[in-house]
Design a protein around this ligand. Structure first.
Ligand SMILES: Cc1cc2nc3c(=O)[nH]c(=O)nc-3n(C[C@H](O)[C@H](O)[C@H](O)COP(=O)(O)O)c2cc1C
Length: 242
């Protein structure tokens, strides 16, 4: 049995471990702590414009149109477009920090990072999307495109691209309630968030291509992530020129 299958098997729910899991969940709920999304106080920040809900293009049309562009423009989306994209895909839209991404136990354990490798209204760098403030915090002030192609080898399969999404899972945030099974939930949630990014990109005339090939540990170092964080998913975004 390979490692991936054994991890999936080990974290399966069955009739024997179900009572323990139920007790763990009940205990976590009784403790009742609300976990806030992450923020990076003290880092340089770029506030993003607030946007209104759009009713056009329709959801059905967006679903039908979604494709992974193979050649993407390198032009950075303007601040309004990026603000709209981030808020619509991962902003706060309800109480307890809830948003458009379904979240196991409502723990909101995904953090979204954005790499911008060119100069424009947003300087080159690596940014964290602060959901509470609807702003970008600059974690690293350099972002060399060639270096990022090394860290995310799948970028070689797409020509161009303006921004790189990095979806990060906060393992301690889910482990208290779900133990090791929480890691499954983080991956599932990352799929939801990536789909949001794909669909909202499409609705704004952009394309997001999910990328499976990523040197997770090196990316974690580059982002200065705490030890409990897991790099789950990457994606590149830009206007498709096909
Ligand atoms: C988990 C996952 C990983 C992917 N990894 C890559 C990748 O590494 N490189 C790439 O070019 N496309 C990648 N894709 C995009 C697929 O190649 C693309 O969705 C597929 O070709 C179908 O095209 P469409 O999305 O335009 O319908 C990935 C998609 C998923 C869901």
């Amino acid at each position: 049995m390979n490692q991936l299958v054994s991890w999936l098997r080990l974290t399966e729910l069955d009739r024997i471990n179900l009572p323990d899991m139920a007790e763990r969940i009940a205990q976590a709920e009784a403790d009742g702590s609300v976990v806030e999304p992450r923020s990076y106080p003290g880092y340089p920040t770029w506030r993003l414009p607030r946007s209104h809900q759009r009713w056009w293009p329709s959801f059905d049309a967006t679903l039908a149109k979604r494709r992974c562009g193979r050649t993407l423009e390198t032009k950075l989306p303007d601040a309004r477009t990026l603000g709209q994209l981030l808020h619509t895909a991962h902003g706060i839209t309800g109480d307890f920090f809830r948003g458009p991404t379904p979240s196991a136990g409502g723990l909101q354990a995904l953090e979204l990072f954005v790499v911008n490798w060119q100069r424009g209204w947003l300087p080159e760098g690596v940014y964290h999307y602060d959901r509470c403030g609807h702003l970008l915090s600059q974690i690293v002030s350099v972002a060399d495109a060639e270096r990022w192609r090394e860290l995310v080898p799948s970028l070689h399969q797409v020509e161009g691209g303006a921004l790189l999404w990095l979806l990060i899972g906060d393992t301690p945030r889910v482990a208290t309630k779900y133990g090791e099974r929480g890691d499954r939930f983080l991956l599932l949630e990352a799929g939801h968030l990536m789909q949001n990014l794909c669909l909202v990109s499409t609705s704004l005339g952009l394309s997001t291509v999910p990328l499976g090939g990523c040197l997770e540990r090196e990316v974690a170092q580059e982002l200065k992530l705490p030890r409990g964080d897991r790099v789950l998913y990457a994606g590149v975004c830009g206007r498709s020129v096909e």
